[in-house]
Design a binder for this molecule. Structure first.
Ligand code: SF4
Length: 277
């Protein structure tokens, strides 16, 4: 972990959240909008949005239809509009118009789960309450052997055990930057990756041989991938030279009657396969 963290720090010393924002309210709105979208696109939408709704009070009073038009291009615009208006109303009613600065306060807001809360806490409020686990962290942490989990909450818990607390926020951003720029989902650039000597997925990430998202280094995972390889090999071990074209439903379950290849498939009643149907 120390070696990986060190190399990431050398590579991406200034990694930051890539959503444009001037305060916690901006980042909260932008992060909610960024779901199922890209930071780049969100950054084209938010300037007008923040100009029209400069604070939670203004957003709380927004007309949902007008808001939907402004955020239409971000996708899922109806639920996003509902969420950010609901979020703003809760901030006004329960927090005096100020974005709460605790995990509990943030995840209590409509549309806000741990990931969004961690983004806001780490990048706008300077608090290391947890580790952002987005799609990139979910992909890279197992590839790097840092977790065997696939559930974001469990991945976060594993990473919190490994990463020094004062680096939780910056570590996540470095991992995200690495995921966006080098360790892509389908075509990771292992050949030019400075983490390659430390990475158990070097050369196999993005290929069918990549261990299921669940970790490369753990013996358990290797056992799982070996079992999978066996399972994959098993059916192909009995491809029986295709002597019986008339029984397509039987993959290779009963090699019991190899002695009757001459039958042209006339009797559907006898073979045990028909009973099952
Ligand atoms: S070596 Fe490959 S799989 Fe490992 S972090 Fe680098 S790009 Fe990703």
């Amino acid at each position: 972990m120390a070696a990986i963290g060190g190399r990431l720090a050398e590579l991406w010393p200034d990694a930051v959240v890539e959503l444009d924002h001037a305060n916690a309210y901006h980042l909260l709105v932008a992060t909610i909008l960024a779901a199922q979208s890209t930071d780049k696109l969100i950054n084209t939408v938010t300037p007008a949005l923040f100009a029209k709704y400069p604070d939670p009070a203004a957003l709380a009073a927004a007309d949902q239809g007008e808001l939907e038009k402004m955020i239409f291009s971000t996708g899922f615009y109806r639920s996003k509009a509902r969420h950010i208006i609901g979020m703003a109303r809760r901030i006004v009613e329960a927090h005096g118009g100020e974005v709460p600065d605790t995990m509990a306060g943030l995840i209590d807001l409509p549309g806000v789960a741990r990931k969004t809360a961690n983004v806001v806490l780490g990048s706008a409020l300077g608090k290391n309450e947890g580790i952002v686990v987005d799609t990139h962290v979910s992909r890279l942490a197992p590839r790097l052997g840092l977790t065997a989990q696939t559930d974001p909450v469990k991945i976060e818990q594993d990473l919190m055990q490994l990463v020094p607390r004062d680096q939780w926020s910056i570590f996540a951003h470095r991992l995200i930057w690495h995921g966006r720029r080098v360790c892509h989902a389908r075509k990771p650039d292992c050949e030019h990756c400075t983490l390659a000597p430390l990475c158990p997925s070097n050369g196999i990430a993005g290929t069918p041989n990549e261990p299921a998202r669940g970790g490369g280094r753990q013996p358990q995972t290797r056992a799982q991938s070996a079992a999978k390889a066996k399972a994959r090999a098993a059916p192909s071990a009995k491809p029986a030279p295709s002597a019986k074209p008339s029984k397509p439903t039987r993959p290779s379950a009963k090699p019991a009657k190899p002695a009757k290849p001459a039958k042209p498939s006339a009797k559907p009643g006898k073979p045990s396969g028909s009973k099952r149907r």
